[in-house]
Design a protein around this ligand. Structure first.
Ligand SMILES: [Zn+2]
Length: 417
């Protein structure tokens, strides 16, 4: 009888584990689907995802779910995104990307290639002022902006040079960013693959931007009540991503950061079933890829006072397979980090916890600046990392093997409090 009970218990436990992973996968698949168009601001993608997440937190059994609105200015690309080089069409996201601050531009232009090996600043600007290359698109190597900063700035200014825009050759797969999307610059910059032709003559572009001013988006906050209310834990993950690049292309953002969002949703489900000692808040931020706007807003308008946070755990990109787990820790979080390391050494969830310097690259940062004890988990440099911020960050390319160790490491940390 005892043995039977044991078998039953093992089966139930296995089912619970499997169900967590299934739940996690379901959330990653949903959020990276075409429904949300890359969870950006065009077509209300991020907000649609936010509303779905709020429902999912309720289904998970959270005691309360609220949406915390905030506004941002953001440049978007929901319209035309056509580029043709000597009659050859380029595919958005695959053959080229744009800088987030690009304006609209339509027309056909000559191409002018900068000779990086025998660079001569005077010759460059003399050529671009000549009738032959006036108004041309300038092609250069990615390193140009670092090596020749002042000239790069001149090429970005309408007043200082007549060139229509800039094209950088960069490594593939091409990455798209959003951090400087709160302004629109005078001229567009395109990023192209290293195999971009080095002797093309003409480029035809029809690229449209749409600048959204005071656009309202929101953080989704779920609460699971603990036995004590004088302190709390925060589990955070951003759910926004890069949105669209033209009418057809969107950035699915499965690894970044449907994976972190799915992790905190399944953690909410876990603690809704196992009443924790302290109150727990599960915060899905918007506006992260737009310069941490959502977490900045929350840190300035917290639901529970920041001083009451025992620990904040920020999860951004965990659908990868590096056996070592990268993390960043605030000064105030170092005692907690020692405990994380101890648990990991005992249980062997990861080969190591590789702690890097604090950087302003995810949502823990505004809290670290405000002296909140916090840790940031990101699984980088595995097989999925190369797809980060590219159109290939899809459900199909996600790797799920690190979900369980991440979940268990965090669960043990809370349990051993
Ligand atoms: Zn991210």
């Amino acid at each position: 009888m005892k043995r039977l009970l044991l078998v039953a218990l093992v089966l139930v436990t296995m089912q619970l584990q499997a169900q967590d992973l299934a739940h996690y996968k379901r959330v990653v698949k949903e959020l990276s689907s075409a429904k949300y168009q890359g969870r950006g601001y065009a077509e209300d993608g991020a907000n649609k995802a936010g509303r779905w997440i709020a429902k999912e937190f309720k289904k998970a059994g959270a005691d309360a779910v609220i949406c915390q609105p905030f506004k941002l200015n953001i440049n978007t690309f929901p319209g035309k995104m056509e580029v043709e080089v000597d009659g050859q069409k380029l595919t958005p996201g695959v053959d080229f990307t744009v800088r987030e601050f690009n304006p609209s531009l339509k027309g056909e232009f000559k191409l002018y290639y900068i000779d990086m090996e025998h660079y001569n600043s005077e010759k460059l600007f003399a050529d671009l002022a000549s009738p032959e290359y006036e108004g041309a698109f300038v092609v250069c190597d990615f390193m140009f902006s670092f090596k020749h900063r002042a000239d790069f700035k001149r090429l970005q200014s309408k007043q200082e040079c007549s060139n229509a825009g800039l094209i950088y050759t960069w490594e593939a797969p091409l990455k798209f960013y959003k951090a400087y999307g709160e302004t629109v610059k005078e001229k567009p910059i395109l990023w192209v693959r290293p195999d971009f032709p080095n002797d093309a003559k003409r480029i035809r572009v029809d690229m449209e931007n749409e600048f959204l001013e005071d656009y309202e988006c929101f953080n989704v906050i779920a609460k699971v009540e603990g036995q004590k209310h004088d302190s709390c834990y925060l589990f955070t993950a951003h759910y926004d991503h890069l949105g669209k690049l033209g009418k057809k292309t969107y950035y699915p953002g499965a690894h970044d950061n449907a994976s972190g969002t799915a992790t905190i949703i399944t953690m909410a489900a876990h603690y809704a079933q196992h009443t924790p000692e302290y109150d727990m808040y599960f915060v899905a931020f918007s506006g992260e890829d737009a310069n941490l706007r959502g977490s900045e807003w929350y840190a300035d308008h917290p639901i529970a006072p920041l001083e009451q946070i025992k620990y904040l755990i920020n999860i951004d990109m965990v659908a990868d397979n590096n056996p070592a787990q990268y993390c960043e820790v605030s000064n105030e979080g170092m005692a907690g980090f020692a405990r994380f390391e101890q648990i990991n050494a005992e249980k062997g969830y990861f080969k190591a916890l590789d702690r890097g310097e604090l950087a302003g690259n995810s949502d823990h940062y505004p809290f670290a600046l405000r002296k909140v004890p916090c840790i940031f988990f990101m699984n980088e440099n595995g097989d999925a990392f190369k797809y980060y911020h590219t159109v290939y960050d899809t459900w199909e390319n996600s790797i799920f093997s690190n979900y369980e160790p991440t979940f268990k490491l965090i669960r043990d940390f809370i349990d051993q409090q």
